[in-house]
Write a protein that binds this ligand. Sequence first.
Ligand code: HEC
Length: 148
Amino acid sequence: MNFQDNRNVKKFQAVEAERKVRQRTRTIVYVVLAYLCGLVLPLCVVGMPRVSTGRGLDLSKVWEGREIFLKQCADCHGEDGSGVFGPDLTDQFWLHGYTKEEVQETITNGVPGTGMPPWGKTLNSQEIESISEFVLSLSEPSFSTSRA
Ligand code: HEC
């Protein structure tokens, strides 16, 4: 083996060592990325519906309810539900309860002696359910169907 060969071997070894380091670095990056994906993605998938339907709201009903709300309720409660003649429905204060059942009951029977009319004869129970989902979504921070 002459001097020239020896240099070539050294060079080859150096290049080979560098390649191995690069390969190992890439492996570590992949492992870290895979770990992050495994950690973060399930959180997104599991977390998202919980965040956006904090009270078990059904987005399609919310949108359906919004249509009816804009036609029937917006004159008194405002297009964004923040209140005109009727009270603000977007805040955390409820005169007649904030569960879905209570809101449905308020809408169905109205509030006698106030300006809030009963809707039980005008709207069917499915429509009232949708509106109550929409009404509840107004005070749900993660929803922005009307305030967008
Ligand atoms: C003519 C005006 C008017 C219309 C139309 C109207 N509301 Fe009301 N609404 C009121 C008033 C006034 C009150 C407050 C009642 C009270 O003082 O207890 C109220 C109260 C409410 C409440 C109770 C809020 C709370 O704090 O507990 C809900 C829910 C509600 N309205 C939903 C609706 C929905 C849904 C519609 C449409 C289907 C609608 N309202 C249509 C006037 C109206």
